[in-house]
Design a protein around this ligand. Sequence first.
Ligand code: ADP
Length: 402
Amino acid sequence: MRILVVNSGSSSLKFQFFDMEQESSLASGKVERIGMKGAILSYKRADGKKIKQVKEILDHTTAIDVALKTLMDKESGVIKELSEIDAVGHRVVHGGEELTHSVLIDDKILETIKDCIELAPLHNPHNIKGIQATQRLLPGVPQIAVFDTAFHHTIPDYAYMYALPYILYERYKIRRYGFHGTSHRYVAYRVARILKKPVDEINIISIHLGNGSSICAVQRGKSIDTSMGFTPVEGLVMGTRSGDIDPAIVPFIMAQEELAISQINTLLNKHSGLWGLSGISSDDREIEEAYENGNDRARLAIEVAAYRIKKYIGAYSASMGGVDVIVFTAGIGENSPRMRRLALRDMEYLGIKIDEEKNESIIKGKEGEISTPYSKVKVFVIPTNEELVIARDTANIVSFLR
Ligand code: ADP
């Protein structure tokens, strides 16, 4: 079975094409600057053959059309005709309380995804555009939605409820939903394979550190708590998002700086986190470089971020009644030995002991263990693969339809 995976954002659309016999990725690509002057298509086939083009791409339908034509390109493509695409898997950010598993998209499901726009106004509308464009261009091909929130539907009510007036939950569904579920799920099942143990015998803390970051307590294969909440702003320190703050700071700054709602939202989402603290960049590479050169604000940003991770590890060890495995994943998790070292510093009391040499050696997409043989808690770096999870779910659902 051959599956196209689509991740459609506001101005970008990522795609990847899988052959599910070997679970191999045949080609992947990205269209950036959709609707802007000079959109860019970048594409890479598994054998390394690449395309990079500047094009006029005004909307998501054109972006999907360009992606499909690229997959069929005589020189660089991987298929001859569209009928070779058996199904399409879409990343959808928010499934709300109703959509708790990956599903075949029909009119009713599309309406429910639309109902979730209120909860994810920055993401779901663009995911929907990707779905509708694909439906138009590949009529009759099954389309599956895979939700970032779904893995977290097992979080118990005492962990997902905020202590706000209950009526706000009833009226607006204000509660913790959590995100990055596809990544945390991939990592948890990968750990089980590495250890050759059933996932329901392991307690895992999965730490996804990218531009957006979150940490998840996976108790015997199920998410029981995660740091992102009603929105992706809560929890860890991120590239430009604040993570946890005292909520009373919000009205205080709004009053002092005379900010409107949109401005405080921008401040918390775009001007905070590593960027706000360091004043250098939201990109961890640049901050680490400044740290090396003795910049104190860079040191501070990294220390605050690492300390926040450490606090959550403590909290989630308590939530799960112990932890067997800690995993780092995504851009920073896979590439920053410093962040991993600082986050796990002085945690021998919990049974966490890092092998410094191994820690330094695992970067750039490598998978491996970074704890010592004496560490009670095993620590791994595992490159995430959300697209593969989407392709697997899509293949599973489609095989039931046949
Ligand atoms: P996204 O959440 O957008 O998918 P990624 O998982 O790609 O993000 O992570 C992006 C982050 O990873 C950036 O902060 C980037 O600086 C960081 N990163 C990537 N490579 C390195 C590296 N070699 N060293 C440190 N940080 C890195």
